[in-house]
Write a protein that binds this ligand. Structure first.
Ligand SMILES: Nc1ncnc2c1ncn2[C@@H]1O[C@H](COP(=O)(O)OP(=O)(O)O)[C@@H](O)[C@H]1O
Ligand SMILES: [Mg+2]
Length: 373
């Protein structure tokens, strides 16, 4: 199969912004890893995306766009187009230099129990504006076939880990809005699942208490005291004991936390410390669900910028080592976007994107829809 230059676009459940990444791949091996770009959402754009997410909870069909969802979808398509245009300009590239774009879109609802996962973003419109073929709707076929529809980048993680040549078992951990883990032990053992909250709980708590979008550098958490009883009682939720594969809607946490009386009435600092500890503890708890304890964790996603979270994680997963993706020569910020660049080429080549051991789908599944300009 031929090597293609592929751009991956990711906007995760933190709805902080759009990540753009370029890689060269044949859908199996990874060749050159190219530059990246981040296009943050403005505060106004985040408000619209939050409204869209709230109103998506009652969707019954993945094609419906009632209320703010239509405007939000136009925003998602436009912001991703702008991000690619800025990326090409910044790197002196033309559309003709790019073979394909992998467009994840913005998840506003993820409910595999109802065989429903909804990503906003019009692949056809993006292909038309950019003049580049676009692969989108990556998760739909998996969920329709009874899979969890997430996580989707494990097969990419395995290709990246192959290049490292480190002894297994090891885990690639992505701490975005939701935290997810890929367990790799040689070529044959690929297990993945969503683990629990990533930054979403901390972000939402900070927004509620202070109006800021996140606990910048973990400053609030650093000044607080962890309520271990609250952490334990939230971790008693059956989700945390369920073996992989499993996935989560980012808003699932709210119901669990709201149901926990111990979180009520905490100070900003103690609440942030406790939710940060919960995030780390949920990750550590997931080790029990794996065949063997990973020797090392390679951590990506915005969570690596929270030093309190990283410290708590190191303490709770010891003796396993914790390294950031950047420390092993990858990009913590762009790993997911690179993953969707890889998946776009796999989709074009008819290679499976998800597997029984990663999403619980009955058989390895191809997926993605191709829009040509
Ligand atoms: N300096 C920082 N301090 C603490 N948290 C941070 C910092 N920078 C980013 N983050 C966290 O990372 C999140 C974005 O991570 P990202 O990997 O983009 O998630 P997603 O894939 O859900 O979009 C932010 O919402 C925030 O919680
Ligand atoms: Mg993000």
């Amino acid at each position: 199969m031929s090597w293609l230059s592929s751009i991956g676009l990711m906007s995760g459940t933190s709805y902080d912004g759009v990540d753009v990444a370029l890689i060269n791949t044949d859908g199996e091996e990874i060749g050159r890893i190219g530059p990246t770009l981040y296009r943050p959402y403005s505060e106004e754009e985040r408000v619209l995306l939050r409204h869209a997410m709230a109103s998506a909870a009652n969707l019954g069909d993945r094609a419906e766009r009632p209320g703010p969802l239509a405007d939000a979808e136009a925003l998602v398509t436009r912001s991703h187009a702008e991000a690619v245009e800025a990326f090409l300009a910044a790197n002196g590239m033309a559309a003709s230099d790019i073979a394909v774009v992998g467009f994840h879109g913005q998840t506003v609802l993820h409910d595999p129990g109802r065989h429903l996962t909804v990503q906003l973003g019009r692949g056809d419109a993006l292909a038309g504006r950019l003049g580049i073929p676009v692969v989108y709707d990556f998760r739909a076929a998996d969920v329709a076939a009874g899979g969890q529809g997430a996580p989707f980048v494990p097969v990419f993680h395995r290709a990246m880990v192959r290049l490292l040549g480190q002894p297994g078992p090891l885990a690639v951990l992505n701490i975005g809005g939701v935290a997810n883990l890929t367990y790799i032990d040689g070529e044959d053992e690929l297990i993945a699942c969503d683990i629990g909250p990533g930054n979403a709980l901390i972000d939402d708590f900070l927004r509620l208490r202070t109006g800021s979008s996140h606990d910048s550098d973990g400053r609030a958490a650093a000044a607080g005291r962890v309520d271990e009883d609250a952490v334990e009682s939230i971790l008693a939720h059956p989700f945390f004991a369920k073996p992989p594969p499993k996935s989560l809607d980012r808003n699932a946490f709210h119901r669990w936390i709201a149901a926990d009386a111990k979180m009520a009435g905490k100070s900003l600092q103690d609440g942030a410390a406790t939710l940060t500890a919960l995030t780390a503890a949920a990750i550590a708890r997931s080790i029990r669900l794996l065949p063997r304890a990973p020797k090392s964790f390679i951590v990506a996603g915005g969570g690596i910028r929270n030093p309190v979270l990283m410290r708590m994680l190191m303490q709770r997963v010891a003796p396993a080592s914790v390294k950031t993706a950047d420390a092993v020569g990858w990009s913590a910020d762009s790993l997911e976007a690179q993953g969707f660049a890889y998946l776009a080429v796999r989709s074009l080549n008819g290679l499976p994107l998800s597997f029984p051991s990663t999403t619980g789908v009955p058989r390895p599944m191809t997926g993605g829809v191709v829009a040509r300009p």
